[in-house]
Ligand binder design. Sequence first.
Ligand SMILES: Cc1ncc(COP(=O)(O)O)c(C=O)c1O
Length: 381
Amino acid sequence: MNLFDVYPINDITIVKAKGSYVWDDKGEQYLDLYGGHAVVSIGHTHPHWVKRIEEQLEKIAFYSNSIRIPLQQQLAEKLGTISGKETYQLFLCNSGAEANENALKLASFYNGRKKIIAFSKAFHGRTSLAVSATDNKNYIAPVNETENVIFLPFNDEDALDACFKKKGKEISSVIIEGIQGVGGINVAEDSFLKKVRALCDEYGAVYIADSVQCGYGRSGKFFSHDFAGVNADIYTMAKGMGNGFPVAGIIVAPHIKPKHFQLGTTFGGNHLACAAALAVLEVIEDEKLMGNAVMIGKYLRDELQSIPELQNVRGRGLMIGFDVPDELKELKKNLLWKQKIFTGEAKPNVIRLLPSLALKKKDAEQFIEAVKEEISLLSDK
Ligand SMILES: Cc1ncc(COP(=O)(O)O)c(C=O)c1O
């Protein structure tokens, strides 16, 4: 049997990983500024995370949600404290798409409405409703086409106002990334998120903060939506939550009450996933990783901004993007194959940095030196 070939891949086999480094099967070392797509939040194979998972594995890995799982309550409490959303309620699942799917569905259960507002360049995942709210026609199968999702331009307050004025009482939810990831690191303006909050309040819609990529401390605040100084009704989380162990969830504001059987999951919130997620939060707290994200993120952005060839350096904390002009389009490839540095990308010309929140200054310096060297070599051609 062959694999179902859904992605173009780099011909590299990684066999070992530690902190911000990975090694291939030939022993070559790479610096990882991609974090396996914003997933590796506390660093690869962090010893505390490994120990927590190993210890849990010796006790019990899984039992269904039909029994008490105290680790879930411990996770909810820790998450409440670190995120500052103590009064919210946690529902656990397995992936970012599933988190968004549950959030959109819960919003619709809550207010009995059908319409969803999403934005240009949004990416919310591959499941049916999440993909319908994703602004890429190539990802939407005919069966997922729906009249229920309204796409508006990102950061356009007038368009949002006009839509609510026209259809306000039909709008179930507004779903928005605090910083668009797949769309190319586009930061939602604070005033725009305030507007989302105000209009959702006025019309009884649910504000869903997709924090799958921009959440979990990556921006320097626990949720990048927090920069706007308003609360969302539901936050969705995944990627950095388990540092590579598949775990995801939503946290739900107290005014949205649970009803038995509206949401459910077999694997979500299993013992092993909770142990991994707790380990991540413990390390984020103990090693002050959100502070590190602010500091190293600022260093990287400042340095990148001082390189004249690069355009529109943007982002928050350790979620950074910049545009690469056409003459330097080989840059990402050269960083990987010549400098042995993984970075992320967004089509057509954006390099995305999504490293571990524990990235060290010396690693950031190595990256900047590598970028400068490759730019100068490409410019000489
Ligand atoms: C903002 C955002 N939402 C949702 C998802 C989907 O997450 P998953 O791939 O875990 O389903 C992603 C994945 O890249 C994402 O970036």
